[in-house]
Ligand binder design. Structure first.
Ligand SMILES: Cc1cc2nc3c(=O)[nH]c(=O)nc-3n(C[C@H](O)[C@H](O)[C@H](O)COP(=O)(O)O)c2cc1C
Length: 196
């Protein structure tokens, strides 16, 4: 039976049509774009990444999708370490170029004029120009083969104090970024304290 198309109303203001399921990432993607730095056998590399998610906060766990064809994949799988770096809008042109080149052909720190700063708990370098850097160690490799999903524990974090809300960039797919904008605490009073 054909589903009835719901009427638009004040409470349901959107006129919706079928949407391709293979494209719903457009709506879910916009966490900040990050740069993942790695080191293996004396070489370093950087890749751009949009597909990541928080999986826990104590311990601090992050899941990342890393495509097998990326040069970073084997460097990161073998070293079991990486740094997740948070770039801001000023770095957008480099973020795109880093994501459109391969560390098998170039040294991305040198090519894009970025500073490799030694990390404290992992061999992969921090990217000095980024607003924040999270040193990560692999805690679960069981989903790599099936889903290319690396589960990381953040073992050390470095973050700038100012500005309080950096202008991060969020990928919508199709070459479009959303730039982080207005912030509000208007709804804060509705939170359970434990969920803040
Ligand atoms: C905006 C953007 C987002 C990307 N997100 C991911 C991602 O989540 N996972 C991934 O494996 N590759 C992602 N890529 C592709 C890699 O960054 C790209 O393949 C890169 O060139 C890999 O570098 P490497 O071969 O030196 O490791 C993204 C690229 C761009 C431009």
């Amino acid at each position: 039976m054909k589903a009835l198309k719901p009427k638009r109303s004040a409470r349901q203001p959107y006129d919706k049509t079928d949407f391709p399921v293979d494209n719903i990432r457009r709506f879910l993607e916009p966490g900040p774009i990050v740069l993942v730095s790695s080191a293996w056998k004396g070489r370093t590399n950087i890749m751009t990444m949009g597909w990541h998610m928080v999986m826990g906060f104590q311990p601090s766990l992050i899941g990342c999708y890393i495509w097998t064809e990326n040069h970073s994949f084997e460097m990161i799988r073998r070293s079991k370490e990486c740094v997740i770096n948070i770039p801001t809008l000023d770095l957008a042109p480099k973020v795109v170029r880093i994501g459109n080149s391969s560390g098998s052909e170039i040294d991305k720190f040198a090519e894009f004029g970025l500073t490799a700063v030694p990390a404290t708990k992992v061999k992969a370098p921090l990217i000095g120009e980024c607003y924040a850097n999270f040193e990560c160690k692999l805690v679960d490799s069981s989903l790599i083969r099936k889903y290319s999903l690396f589960v990381w524990e953040v073992v050390k974090a470095h973050a700038a104090r100012s500005p309080e809300f950096p202008r991060t960039i969020h990928y919508r797919g199709d070459g479009i970024f959303m730039i982080s904008g207005a912030n509000t605490s208007r709804y804060r009073r509705n939170f359970k304290p434990g969920n803040l």
